[in-house]
Design a protein around this ligand. Structure first.
Ligand SMILES: Nc1ncnc2c1ncn2[C@@H]1O[C@H](COP(=O)(O)OP(=O)(O)O)[C@@H](O)[C@H]1O
Ligand SMILES: [Mg+2]
Length: 1078
């Protein structure tokens, strides 16, 4: 889940008010109460706008953990409850992202937590800025410079066990990315008087105690020190031990820190040698010795200590001894040496100790600066952290307090200037009308102190430089004269009688009304402290030291560089450095941390209202709030404002579409907030009165409760819906899976079925193909086989003759041939005659030749017939044709036929041409005569026969008388219709004539002839060739013949032998003519 951006605000869970600007009503009481309330709830930080008030809890709180660092990292200033980290983050981000140099001004009384605050700021910045080996080393060096400086510059005071006795300003330098590059530390006015004298209950600087407790015996011996604090005059006895402070452990920490910061071992040792020398200086004591001139002269009581110091520092003992006894004043080539009395000697000793120590401290700061200075020359962004002593009001206030308070006065001024400036700038930026605010401007007090002509510091310098006797009293007198009329200067001695009766104002004091309150300054010591005099003899003695560090600390002791001019006074030095600091700060964006001390007891949980009230007053915090609220108490960018209050109006809730500014406008209109109560800036809403804000907050709180219910409702709904959706989703998932499963199963089934079907089809196809292939193969094989057989046959056929297997057949065939040969040869010899009628034929020798034998017989017979026929002449052929015709006509029909076969058909039996008797006849006939024969013509009347010559020519049938040869009848062949005869062995025949023809008038002819067959045949043939008509030949034993008009039946009777072997004819009646045939 994405990290949810929790929009919080300073206004959430506020204890009291987190920002004093919201305090209502605003007065000291409410202010303190608010602080107290928060303090009691461990809320030690409170804002005044962007200023952080920090109340020292005097106990460790769990609010600086790395988790807290992360919490405040990159958050808006007003987003979380007030915290020093918020300020640090704001400053760091502004530096990094907007390229604005920053300064963090930490002010407050001693023990209020300034140094802690500065360390917290540094550690926060170190935690959030860049990382990496190099960067970490820089960070480490910057952070470790603190323990070193604290050891040398901090001391236990009544107010603070670890009080900084110097002012510190540290510039941390960053590159453009915000990675630290290095730093520069400036120190201000170390409280060096502490070296020689500490107030009651306070200690010297930590380092002395740390050295004595923590150094090894060896180191102590080397430094000629003893572990016992009481051995040293400079160490006050009554508070040598501090509760909860382990000096020995701290010594190791400091040594370690020195190492980290970059001190070489010999450097660290030199430093400690100087510390030891200072300590030992305190043990030098003087005793008075009366001189001849009556003056007291000081003498060193015990020179042993002096000797050891000289051994430690490498100074000639006599030189140092002399420096403690004489004072040489040089003026215009004149050197005047005066002896020192005991008091002067002690003064000289302490001055030396103080100078030695303070110069060592400055050297340390420079040395640290050298180590931590940025290595690059690129442009740097700077964050300055100022941890300077706060305003001090003691019972006895001296020069130091004066100086310190002056510094605070200056800081207050810059605070006022910058705050106002910032406020004004914001108003201009936001385009809000600027209303002037009355506030106390402390410039007048600054002027009282620092004015070059009649300022207190100027007059002090004047007094110090003035020839003649100069005392603190003369200084005070002068002050009384010059400043008497100044509003903020009070003195009993002043001519102005205002304070004449003010018993609280001693005569040796003057009082200044600082912005933070009145402070009474004891004038005693002002001149001396301002002079800060170190006798030249001493500095020269120091310069002569072989100890290089000490030598370098006293450059003015070099006789070659004798400077007769007085060194600048402490006051003017400080004034100058403060001026530089102020200039520096003015270029930077200020961030304020105002530290407040809740009690004087360094105790937790105690909130001393009076003490706090005092601090609030002098820190001018109420004024700060007033300035801040001058125009508008509260301001907020439109976006967070709308975000925070949008639920108060329907139009803006839950989402406002449009610019945030118009959203806020709508919101404020809707809530009916009086117009004068707010103002719209460019990016921020300005609310005049905190009441308005609280009203908004109250409304918001109420509304939030409603919204909580709403959210609950919605949440419950959401939860149920989410659950429902989840269930639905699950159901869908399950259904999907199930469907998928079912589908898969179905698919699998289908698939397997398809596969089965497929396999069947494929099998079937395959088998089909296989069958085909097999068939093809078989065909091929068959073809091959056939071819093989065929080839075999071919080959066998070719080679058969060579094979024995054929022998049988051969033999068989041979035998058969031989038998057939023999058969044919035998047949040749046994051939019958060539006569076609010869029926002889040799018998068949073998049964298997039966058909051949018969065929041969037939062929032979046909052959011999042909042979026979071939002998015939045409005449004979004709005869045989006729014979054949006759055969066809009569064979087996007429009994007479067989007897006619042997008779040659002669035709012209009567030789008409030769016989003269028939000469006449012959002449009458022109045509060729086919038949000339004598026939018996049967008389129709009685059946008697008469001989007649029967002539047949090509066209006619002629009958002639045998004797005369006279033609009796002539019938054209055309008129002959039919020839009738019996089937018997007789020669009778009838020639029927066409009815109606001329020849038929006498009726049909009935003849008898010996050559009936020949005649009938020839008649038939001639008729056929002449008329192309087949002559009808009727063979019947009974037929009708036309005799004139009568039809007579001719009937043939068989077997009547009475008339011999000749047939006889007899007319029986009109209708019947009977022929008897034997
Ligand atoms: N934020 C803090 N949390 C816990 N203790 C603190 C805090 N600030 C200060 N202190 C305590 O107060 C003491 C004095 O603080 P310090 O910063 O040295 O004061 P100052 O520098 O103003 O004189 C510290 O030593 C420490 O014990
Ligand atoms: Mg401090």
């Amino acid at each position: 889940m994405a990290k949810m951006e929790v929009k919080t605000s300073l206004l959430d869970n506020m204890i009291g008010v987190g920002d004093m600007v919201l305090l209502e009503p605003l007065n000291e009481e409410t202010f303190i109460n608010n602080l107290k309330k928060r303090f009691d709830h461990s809320e030690i930080y409170t804002y005044i706008g962007s200023v952080v008030i920090s109340v020292n809890p005097y106990r460790s709180l769990p609010i600086y953990s790395p988790e807290k660092v992360e919490e405040y990292r990159n958050r808006n200033f007003y987003e979380l409850s007030p915290h020093i980290f918020a300020l640090s983050d704001e400053a760091y981000r502004s530096l990094r992202d907007q390229d604005k140099d920053q300064c963090i001004l930490i002010t407050g009384e001693s023990g209020a937590g300034k140094t802690e605050a500065s360390k917290l700021v540094m550690s926060y910045v170190a935690a959030v800025c860049g990382k990496g080996a190099e960067v970490n080393q820089v960070k480490e060096q910057l952070l470790q410079s603190n323990p070193v400086l604290e050891a040398f510059g901090n001391a236990k005071t009544v107010r603070n066990d670890n009080s900084s006795r110097f002012g510190k300003y540290m510039d941390i330098e960053f590159d453009f990315k915000g990675d630290p590059l290095g730093g520069v530390i400036s120190n201000y006015l170390l409280e060096k008087s502490r070296v020689v004298k500490q107030p009651r209950g306070e200690r010297n600087f930590h380092v002395f105690y740390q050295l004595l407790s923590g150094a090894s015996e060896e180191l102590l011996n080397k430094l000629k020190l003893e572990r016992d604090f009481s051995r040293y005059n400079y160490l006050s006895l009554d508070s040598a031990k501090v509760n909860g402070v382990d000096d020995a452990a701290n010594f190791r920490t400091v040594r370690n820190a020195m190492q980290i910061v970059g001190f070489m071992d010999h450097e660290a040792e030199s430093v400690l040698a100087v510390v030891a020398a200072v300590l030992k200086l305190g043990n030098i004591e003087f005793k008075p010795e009366s001189r001849v001139n009556g003056l007291d002269e000081s003498k060193i009581k015990d020179k042993n200590e002096l000797k050891e110091i000289c051994e430690l520092t490498g100074i000639d003992q006599s030189v140092l001894e002399r420096a403690f006894s004489f004072r040489t004043v040089e003026a215009k080539q004149e050197k005047v040496s005066t002896t020192l009395n005991v008091a002067q000697a002690y003064y000289a000793r302490d001055a030396l100790a103080k100078n030695l120590y303070s110069r060592l401290f400055s050297w340390l700061v420079n040395r640290i600066n050298e180590s931590i200075k940025a290595q690059t020359k690129v442009r740097k962004k700077v964050m300055g952290v100022l941890d300077i002593y706060g305003f001090e009001i003691f019972e006895d206030n001296s020069f130091e307090q004066f100086i310190i308070n002056y510094c605070n006065e200056k800081l207050q001024q810059i605070f006022i200037e910058l705050t106002l400036k910032e406020e004004q700038e914001e108003y201009i930026r936001e385009d809000i009308e600027w209303t002037h605010i009355d506030y106390f401007n402390n410039a007048i007090i600054c002027d009282l102190i620092e004015n070059n002509t009649n300022g207190i510091l100027a007059m002090l310098d004047e007094e110090c430089l003035r020839p003649g006797t100069v005392t603190d009293e003369t200084f005070l007198e002068k002050l009384n004269q010059v400043c008497a009329t100044h509003q903020h200067f009070e003195s009993r001695m002043s001519k102005c009688s205002r304070f004449l009766n003010d018993t609280s104002l001693p005569h040796s004091c003057f009082r200044i009304q600082h912005y933070a309150g009145k402070v009474l300054y004891q004038v005693e010591g002002f001149v001396d402290k301002n002079n800060d005099l170190l006798y030249r003899d001493l500095s020269q003695a120091m310069w002569k030291a072989s100890h290089t560090l000490i030598k370098s600390l006293f450059p003015e002791g070099n006789p070659a560089k004798i400077n007769l001019k007085r060194p600048p006074t402490a006051g003017s030095q400080f004034k100058a450095s403060v001026a530089t600091l102020m200039k520096n700060l003015q270029t930077k964006n200020p961030n304020y941390i105002r530290c407040i001390k809740p009690n004087d007891k360094k105790a937790a949980h105690i909130f001393n209202e009076a003490l706090v009230c005092h601090q609030i007053r002098y820190l001018g915090l109420l004024e700060n709030v007033r300035v801040r609220r001058a125009g508008y108490a509260f301001r907020q960018a439109y976006e967070p404002c709308l975000e925070r209050y949008k639920m108060l109006c329907k139009q803006t809730w839950p989402h406002w579409k449009g610019p945030a500014r118009s959203g806020v406008e709508v919101l404020f209109n809707e809530l009916e907030i009086p117009v004068e109560e707010y103002s719209f800036g460019r990016s921020k809403i300005f609310i005049r009165n905190p009441r308005t804000l609280f009203k908004l907050e109250d409304l918001r709180k109420q509304r939030l409760e409603d919204l909580a219910t709403l959210i609950q409702k919605i949440y419950r709904g959401w939860k149920c819906r989410t659950y429902f959706l989840l269930m639905k989703k699950s159901q869908i998932v399950i259904a999907a899976w199930f469907r998928r499963y079912a589908q898969q199963k179905r698919y699998q089934q289908t698939k397997s079925s398809a596969l089965v079907i497929q396999s069947y089809i494929r099998g079937w196809k395959a088998r089909k193909i296989l069958r085909e292939l097999k068939h093809q193969k078989r065909c091929k094989e068959a073809v091959t086989t056939i071819a093989a057989y065929w080839h075999g046959t071919q080959v066998r056929r070719e080679y058969r003759k060579f094979f024995r297997a054929n022998a049988g057949k051969k033999i068989y065939e041979f035998t058969l041939q031989r038998i057939v040969q023999k058969y044919f040869l035998e047949m040749k010899n046994k051939m019958p005659s060539l006569s076609p009628i010869d029926k002889n034929w040799p018998s068949r020798p073998y049964l298997f030749l039966d058909s051949t034998h018969k065929e041969l017989k037939r062929i032979f017979h046909l052959w011999r017939c042909k042979k026979y026929r071939d002998q015939f002449t045409d005449q004979q052929k004709l005869i045989y044709e006729e014979k054949l015709e006759a055969s066809e006509l009569f064979k087996d029909k007429k009994a007479l036929y067989p007897s006619s076969v042997g008779q040659p058909f002669q035709g012209a039996y009567l030789e008409i041409n030769k016989n003269p008797k028939y000469k006449k006849l012959k002449d009458a006939i022109e045509e060729k005569i086919i038949i000339a024969e004598v026939v018996n013509k049967i008389n129709r009347a009685n059946g008697k026969s008469t001989s007649r010559i029967f002539l047949l020519t090509n066209n006619n049938l002629l009958l002639a008388d045998q004797k005369s040869g006279q033609i009796k009848s002539e019938v054209p062949l055309v008129d002959v219709t039919k020839v009738s005869m019996s089937s018997q062995n007789d020669g009778f025949f009838a020639v029927h004539l066409k009815e109606g023809s001329e020849a038929a008038s006498k009726g049909d002819f009935l003849f008898s002839s010996d050559h009936l067959i020949e005649m009938a045949t020839k008649l038939y043939r001639t008729t056929l060739s002449q008329t192309k008509q087949k002559l009808n030949i009727e063979i019947s034993d009974e037929f009708l013949v036309q005799f004139r008009q009568d039809k007579v039946c001719v009937k043939f009777i068989q077997g009547n032998q009475k008339n011999g072997s000749v047939p006889t004819c007899k007319r029986k009646n009109n209708r019947l003519l009977e022929v008897a045939v034997p």
